[in-house]
Design a protein around this ligand. Sequence first.
Ligand code: R5P
Length: 294
Amino acid sequence: MPDMEGFKVAKDYHIDTEFANNSKGFYVKGANNLDWGMKKHLANIFDKNSGNTVMFAFDHGYFMGSVSGLERLDLLIPKLMDYVDVLMCTRGALRTCVPPVGQKSIALRVSSGSSMLNNDLSHEVVAVDIQDTIRCNADCMAVQGFIGADGQLQSINNLSKVINEGIRYSIPTMGVVAVGKDMERTDRYFKLATRILAEIGVNIVKTYYCENFEEVAAACPVPIVVAGGKKLPENEALTMAYHAISEGAHGLDMGRNIFQSLHPVEMAEAIGKIVHEKATDKQAYEFYQDAIHK
Ligand code: R5P
């Protein structure tokens, strides 16, 4: 490992220059050199026309139990699933509440080990093995990455094991940047964490929107999907989504800003307008308003 002294702060992100290894090949960022199976799973996640994805995250129960808006997955998911591209969930939710019909892609949460009752959520294990991931027909495996947290070594170990198994069976891994209570939500932190996860070998990074997001996205050689975070008023959530997509994200992986909205279906559709149809936040919010007043 190089001596940390004398390292210069990274600054040449070439944010106006497109990612260089996709120009004549496969459209998903950083996936041009992968094998057919990996590409097929990534193509199930990322739309071939827009290159982007709307993931609906409802895996919160894996450490929070029942949260507001997710009390009855059996009622919510059938209502919403036609309006998103990917369902991000636990295998428990998948087997009990997700109808095994249609073409929805699955991002399966495979790490676990904490609950809201812990002071430190950063200690996880790999809870779902590759065989069960295959049985669930998942298109990617989601693993929490606690960079800079107490459980960093354990979580990098989890990520590495899942990535190794994923490569063996051609199933992509999505690294989920976890922001612990002592960590700052700065671009400096997100540049560090997203890049570390990509260099470890994940095929997709899930992280948060932040200042200088263009630089975070430019320096990450795989697609970034942005988490929604805490519930915001719909217009603000759409503005965040618009900024994320216009500054280099390849999708949203949104939970509370969809399922805690009074109109989750219309909110999911409005997000889709930004993600797939290049709508502005203003246009998407107009769409949302029109849809809820129909
Ligand atoms: C990630 O670790 C969580 O389990 C959720 O998937 C994630 O936080 C996205 O949901 P939200 O948009 O509610 O933050």
